[in-house]
Design a protein around this ligand. Structure first.
Ligand code: TXA
Ligand code: MG
Length: 317
């Protein structure tokens, strides 16, 4: 495995690997991605093989700018409005795929839509510019495991399968992008994420449909799986840890706590909690304890995406 600091030279080498059909892990503002040339079917197939990801779960195509998005997908006025507000940044738009797009059917899992994202991370942007192709990139973890927010997390999960891991330090947001489908100027949120539903509502001037709430049929195949899971079991909404449990805290830690504790945010800040979530889950898992008690997280703003990830991580296997 080759973890390499994301110097100018390393980013050029990584772009060469991508153009040659090899896999490269790279930092984005959300989590690390496992990238391949989205127009190269064999390279994209290698992503599914490395992650152990089911082929029916489509990937996000990452590009450097809106002009590149429009080479592969149809953007209506609403898509442009969201793009102007949030790109570059942690929003993924599911759009109608254009007939002329060279993106592989493996990326879209045969759907007539394609998920597009223009990330804001400087390393990701430079890599996309130099690669000159759309880059398919799921989170760089084994399928179903906790998403990576450090290069070391990628190395632990997928080190043997990638040509290179570009190390850009800890990712800032720590939660995946928000996924929103846009069709005929209507927006449907498919996955809660780094851009809050409230932020999107504010831009479009009304309450956006939330397809992930209230047992609605999931429209995003990835939302079907048990996901984001450590080896330990999670016990949610815990007021304290029982003997033999680790504690994933939020806010003040209960006095009687004896086992290992990691606090998402001692001051109760959801942005800080999002940035710490996946690394803390991995670290508590590494203690070898069978169970992790998780204190309640408020269900607004980024708390919505945090609770989504915790809920799916807690599902029985
Ligand atoms: O922040 C992120 O989005 C990270 C970084 C690397 O960009 N990527 C990421 O990819 O989280 P992944 O593969 O772990 O999640 C992509 C989600 C899945 O839930 C997938 O089902 C959904 O996007 N998706 C992709 N294409 C879709 C489509 N055409 N229609 C509906 N959902 C789609
Ligand atoms: Mg993922």
């Amino acid at each position: 495995m080759a973890v390499v600091a994301a110097t100018d030279q390393a980013v050029s080498d990584a772009a060469k690997h991508l153009r040659a059909g090899r896999l490269v892990a790279f930092p984005t503002e959300t989590v690390y991605g496992l990238g391949a040339d989205a127009t190269n079917g064999a390279a994209v197939a290698a992503i599914f093989a490395a992650k152990g990801r089911p082929r029916f779960n489509p990937l996000i195509a990452h590009v450097a700018d809106v002009a590149a998005v429009e080479r592969h997908a149809v953007m209506d006025a609403m898509a442009h409005r969201l793009a102007a507000a949030f790109w570059p940044g942690p929003l993924t738009l599911v759009l109608r795929r254009s007939a002329s797009s060279a993106i592989s059917d493996l990326v879209t899992a045969g759907l007539d839509t394609v998920a597009m994202r223009v990330p804001s991370h400087a390393v990701a942007r430079e890599l996309l510019r130099r690669a000159g192709v759309p880059v398919a990139a799921p989170s760089a973890n084994r399928s179903g495991h906790v998403s990576p927010t450090l290069a070391a997390h990628v190395a632990a999960d997928l080190g043997a399968d990638v040509a290179m891991i570009l190390d850009g330090g800890a990712t800032q947001v720590g939660l995946e992008s928000t996924v929103a489908a846009v069709e005929q100027d209507r927006v449907t949120l498919l996955r809660p994420g780094a851009i809050t539903a409230e932020q999107i509502d504010a831009v479009i001037g009304q309450r956006t449909a939330r397809a992930f709430e209230g047992g609605a049929q999931p429209l995003s195949p990835g939302q079907l799986e048990r996901h984001y899971a450590p080896r330990a079991r999670l016990r949610l909404d815990a007021s304290s840890a029982e003997p033999g449990e680790g504690l994933l805290a939020f806010g003040p830690v209960p006095h009687a706590t004896s086992g290992p504790v990691l606090n998402l945010s001692a001051r109760g800040d959801l942005i800080e909690a999002a940035a710490n979530l996946f690394a803390h889950l991995r670290a508590l898992d590494a203690t070898g304890l069978a169970r992790i008690a998780v204190m309640p997280i408020p269900a607004h703003g980024l708390g919505c995406a945090i609770n989504d990830r915790l809920g799916r991580a807690a599902k029985g296997r």
